[in-house]
Structures are given as C-alpha cells and as structure tokens.
Ligand binder design. Structure first.
Ligand code: URP
Ligand code: ZN
Ligand code: ZN
Length: 453
C-alpha cells in the first residue's frame, strides 16, 4: 500500500517503546508503524526522535486578571506551543460573576475557535457552590468539558472547605474530575499583610509569604476531602517535595489522585526572585518557585510516577507595563510566568540528558499521561494505529540558547533567558498536516479543533 504520507528514518519513541521504523499516515491518522513503508509524500526524519505531539494540560491564554490580560492570544499562544512540539493544550473557562457556566463556555469557545492553530480542550472553573452552578456541571460534562478547576486560595475564586466538598461531590456524581490549586489561603493572607505592613515589598516577599507549608497543608487537605467524597482529584502545579509525598501517601491509601508539576518548579528556584532592579518580578507565580531540594524531590517524584504530568501553567504577563505594576508592592505583581514553548526542550535537557528521567518518561509526562488523564487517549498522546497523526520530529542533538528573541511567545521576556539546550522540535504535524517544517510555520492558521472529552 502507498500511504498519503510516510515519515522515514527516525527513532519512534513512545511512553513504552523505542524502535527504528517508519510511520504511515492516511486521512490524518497513524495507520501503520513498520519498516520500508512507501508514501506519496515522504519526510526524512534523519535519525531524529519521532514522538507523539505534546499535550499541555495547563495554560492561561487570553486570561483576564482584573484590568489586564495575559499577552498571548489563541493564535500567538498556539503558534508558540507548536514551535515547542505541543499539538494539544487545555485552557480554562473562567465564568464572570453571575454568568452561567454554559454562557462562559460559549464565549470562551468563540475566542478560541478559528484562532488556534492546534487542537485544544477546556477545563471549567468553579468558584462557588450555588445550586444553579452545581446543577450545570452535568450539562458542561455533556459539552465535552469533564474537568473542573477549583482554587483553595485567591479572593473571588477560592472555595471554603464546605463548598469544596459540595463541588467535589457534584463533580464525581457527574462523572467529571476535579483539578485543585492547593494553597492555604488564611496563612498566605496573614503573611502577606504582615510583610506589607512591615514595608517588605520586594518580589522575594511573594515567595516568603507563600511558604512550602501553605502548599503542603492544602494538598493534604484537598486529598483528604477527595477521600471523603470519593472524587478523583488532580493537583495542579505541585512545587514541593512534601506536596508530592502527600500525593504518594494518598495513592497508597487508594485515593485517585494525580499530580502535575511544571518546568519552572524543576529548574528554577526562589533565588530568582532576589534579582536586582525588580527583575525578580519576572519569576513571580503562585505557588512560588522553591528550593533546590524541592527541585530534586520533584524530579524523584516524576521518576517514580508519583507526579504524572508536566504542564506549563503558561501565564504570560509583560515585564514592562504589567509586572511593573508591583514595583512598590509585591502583592500587585500579576502572578504567572510564560513557558508554553520550551516545555519539551527543557524537559529533554534537564530531565533526559541529565539522566533524571528516561526518554520514554519524557514522552509519557509531556504527552501520553496528560492525554490519558484528561480523556484524550489514544487519539492524542499516542502513535497507535487510529491515533491522530500529531507527530513531532525532535532532533536530540541540535543546540540552541533559549531567549525571548528566538521564542514565539508574545511576551517581552522568558524566565529561561540564556539557558542552553540540546534538542529541539524541528517538524511538527497535526492530524497528518505539517504545521512546522524545519522550524518554519508553513500551515494556514486557525485550523485547531475543540476536543470534546
Ligand atoms: O501564578 C500563576 N500560576 N498564575 C496562573 C494562575 C494559576 O494559579 O494557575
Ligand atoms: Zn494555579
Ligand atoms: Zn494555572
């Protein structure tokens, strides 16, 4: 048989295997993996890795925070993602006060549809336990949005424990899954007020007002409440070794709990927030960057399977004009850092090349597990026959230095400025169509599809 497209001369790497073979693609789907396949069109992978497209389970594109908005829109954010080897992302719906979940979902889809260049899904954010909100949850599941984000901190977003319990119960009865941003609100408010009143206004106090204990307590509590309600729970952006340990212990008790971490929590530390001339503001995110010991503990948790996914929590705010809003007061610095593009390269450099995870774990963490956990597998996150031909040809030997000037994120800095990496996505396909060819965007824009999960 002659396939529409064949990718040849690569090393196919999945979450479980590594094999030298060709991939035959037909009608946008992976059809066969074998040697000596023939295609009407052929791409020579030149000995590079051929991996399933990355799935980023946690991004904030065009997110409004007060009067400001994250700087990537669905077009620029998705272009940056695909340059980085991500072919699917999952963003959030954040209903405004009084808005129904359905209206907010319709609005969010209108923002993304026809704009994003890669496929995308959405998580729904739940900020109250009003009967009408809870009643909508099964309807939202029917719309293909099965995952519901909750916050235990942030004024206007956070749920008290009794509310969280009611929300968890409704989500699990609706066959959904809860996501949780776990930080102890009362402790953080106490420390923020104390530090502000003492004139401790520099960016480093952002980290000091959210110490590790505030995350560890909240993760432990969220897992206990998931245990009580029987709800499956996904903890977003775990930053501490002890937070990961709480997940491990929860799993050992039989609770369905998964944990995500992000490259910034594996590679950077809170020392970045001490940079001179307010540069530390570039590294303000919540939960904050931690210590080298936490970095190591998180790598260990990834290696042993306690943490299951790598998201980016891509939340880009410009340094000029946005981060600067907190020049005299760290509590006014918009929280969040960019990173949708260099996720695969960073995890390859700091994880695979340094021997902290295997190349199969790299694929599993960045692609297969997010797809499995969020109901996209095996269509996404795999190269099984019938899967979408979302494929990355990743050259593990090419060297570059990450810099705001060579990334495609629409933001005026990168927290990874100056970091040298070996290994980059060269060619990226979605549903059998080449989007990036040898690091050049070659496709029509706006063809990403909404993924019902
Ligand atoms: O500081 C962060 N991470 N901002 C994005 C929103 C969130 O908490 O994930
Ligand atoms: Zn969060
Ligand atoms: Zn986030």
């Amino acid at each position: 048989m002659k396939y529409e497209l064949v990718i040849k001369n690569g090393i196919i790497v999945t979450a479980s295997d590594m094999v030298e073979a060709d991939i035959g693609i037909q009608n946008g789907k992976v059809q066969r993996i074998y040697r000596g396949l023939i295609g009407s069109e052929e791409i020579d992978a030149g000995g590079s890795y051929i991996i399933p497209g990355g799935v980023d389970p946690h991004v904030h594109i065009e997110m409004d925070v007060g009067d400001i908005r994250t700087t990537d829109d669905f077009e620029s954010g998705s272009i940056a993602a695909v340059f980085g080897g991500t072919t699917t992302f999952i963003d959030f719906v954040e209903p405004m006060d009084g808005e129904t979940l359905q209206d907010a979902l319709t609005k969010r889809r209108a923002q993304a549809d026809g704009r994003t260049v890669i496929d995308y899904g959405l998580h729904m954010t739940i900020v109250d336990d009003k009967p009408k909100t809870l009643a909508e949850i099964p309807e939202i599941v029917k719309e293909g949005v099965r995952s519901f984000k909750t916050y235990l901190t942030y004024p206007g977003f956070r749920l008290e424990d009794d509310q969280f319990i009611r929300v968890l119960e409704k989500i699990t009865r609706s066959d959904g899954m809860a996501l949780c941003h776990a930080e102890n609100h009362a402790a953080i408010e106490y420390l923020r007020n104390k530090m502000s009143n003492n004139g401790q206004t520099a960016p480093i106090y952002h980290a000091r007002s959210r110490p590790a204990a505030t995350e560890i307590e909240a993760i432990t509590r969220a897992i206990a409440l998931a245990e009580v309600t029987g709800a499956p729970l996904y903890i977003v952006h775990v930053t501490t070794a002890d937070g990961a340990r709480a997940i491990k212990e929860g799993r050992a008790r039989g609770i369905q709990v998964w944990g995500e971490t992000c490259p910034q929590y594996l590679i950077l530390t809170e020392k970045e927030l001490e940079r001179q001339e307010f540069e530390g503001a570039k590294f303000v995110c919540s939960p904050p960057l931690r210590t080298e010991i936490d970095n190591q503990g998180l790598w260990q948790a990834l290696r042993e399977g306690t943490l299951s996914t790598i998201g980016t929590d891509h939340c880009p705010f410009n340094y000029i004009g946005q981060k600067e809003m907190g020049r005299n007061n760290f509590t006014k610095i918009p929280g969040g850092i960019p990173g949708i593009e260099p996720r695969l390269a960073l995890m390859h450099e700091f994880g695979v090349r340094r021997g902290l995870i295997t190349v199969n774990q790299w694929v599993e963490l960045c692609s297969t597990n997010p797809a499995r956990i969020f109901g996209l597998y095996p269509r996404k996150g795999s190269l099984l026959p019938g899967a979408d031909a979302d494929i990355v040809i990743f050259d593990p030997a090419i060297q570059t230095t990450l810099s705001v000037g060579n990334l495609h994120e629409c933001v005026d800095y990168t927290p990874y400025e100056g970091i040298a990496v070996t290994g980059l996505p060269m060619t990226v396909l979605q549903r059998g169509r080449v989007l990036i060819r040898e690091r050049e965007f070659v496709a029509p824009k706006g063809t990403g599809q909404f993924l019902r999960r």
